[in-house]
Design a protein around this ligand. Structure first.
Ligand SMILES: NC(=O)c1ccc[n+]([C@@H]2O[C@H](COP(=O)([O-])OP(=O)(O)OC[C@H]3O[C@@H](n4cnc5c(N)ncnc54)[C@H](OP(=O)(O)O)[C@@H]3O)[C@@H](O)[C@H]2O)c1
Length: 282
């Protein structure tokens, strides 16, 4: 397979958002407030920054296979960087009036379910080969918390009849929930496969097999992206997609470097003929 450029992965990733928009499944306020404009600009800036820092490697995040041994115990570091953003989301939801409308409760539930799953995986599924670098824990917790604050705020801005009728479009909600759950299961299954490659005392990197690893290098990332896409489709507000766009940029870049890393580390790496993130596309 020829090494397809980042643009292919990114464009394919954002295509479902475009289709949702064409279908009328993405809601924008009739008049954009300065906060709305600020959020959109921030989202675009993070997409560009993820491209520069991760794909072009200006300042890549230092964790997992791309990091040296750190000083923060792995489970503690990973747990904190998933737990803090969840708390941030709940705090903002509470600050904005702790709405118990079905819309707010559903989105709160989906957001917390995502991060609770990650916390539980950190404690019970992953087998880490190294401790975390402190600065990476701070950076990732800050990055996710920024996502939590902007998501909670922008979902709150969904107003008018759309807020009350969002469950009326059953097809959209069912598709959104289906995509969200499929993504979470795909992510969990491949994390489980990765963990099962390691046995106590033998925390080496090996060539992953099983599940969708024969089709793509990082199926766990594809699962992560599907979850955020489903979250966006259910949430309908443009703010529900604010997590998805930067993550497409980030994980496309990360998958690209993981693909190259395997190729350099394992001479017999069969993945040279597979795709990085999206089966048959990128
Ligand atoms: N939303 C986002 O922007 C974002 C960004 C990054 C990650 N994530 C999510 O966070 C998860 C973890 O990120 P990550 O990049 O660390 O994921 P990863 O590479 O999927 O690592 C997950 C676990 O599997 C282990 N592992 C990875 N490759 C292995 C191999 N070849 N052989 C044996 N074990 C292996 C890792 O060990 P080590 O810890 O020893 O490397 C780690 O414990 C991802 O799956 C993704 O869902 C999300």
């Amino acid at each position: 397979m020829s090494d397809r450029p980042f643009a292919v992965g990114f464009i394919f990733g954002v295509l479902p958002v475009l289709l949702s928009y064409i279908k009328g499944w993405v809601w924008f306020p009739s008049e954009l407030s300065w906060e709305d404009k600020g959020l959109m600009i921030l989202c675009a800036m993070i997409v560009v920054s993820n491209y520069l820092n991760e794909y072009l490697q200006w300042y890549p995040l230092q964790y997992s296979k791309f990091a040296p041994e750190g000083g923060v115990p792995a489970r503690l570091g990973w747990f904190l960087l998933y737990f803090i953003p969840m708390v941030a989301y709940v705090l903002v939801w509470n600050y904005l009036g702790a709405s118990t409308e079905p819309y707010d409760l559903l989105m709160l539930g989906l957001y917390c379910a995502h991060f609770s799953k990650r916390c539980l995986e950190t404690l019970f599924v992953h087998k880490y080969s190294k401790d975390c670098v402190l600065i990476a824990v701070i950076e990732i917790a800050t990055f996710y918390s920024l996502g939590a604050v902007t998501t909670a705020y922008s979902l709150h801005s969904l107003s008018g009849p759309e807020r009350h009728s969002f469950l009326d479009n059953e097809l959209r909600v069912k598709i959104g929930l289906g995509v969200y759950c499929t993504g979470q299961l795909c992510n969990l299954a491949h994390h489980y496969i990765l963990a099962s490659l390691r046995s106590p005392g033998k925390y080496k990197y090996v060539i992953p097999s099983g599940g969708l690893f024969s089709l793509v290098v990082c199926p766990q990332y594809a699962g992560e992206l599907l979850s955020w896409l489903g979250f966006g489709i259910v949430g309908m507000s443009y703010g529900a997609f604010i997590n998805y766009m930067p993550m497409v940029a980030y994980l496309s870049a990360r998958a690209h470097h993981t693909y190259r890393w395997y190729g350099q580390k394992f001479e017999d790496y069969p993945g040279k003929s597979t795709f990085k993130l999206w089966p048959f596309v990128y």
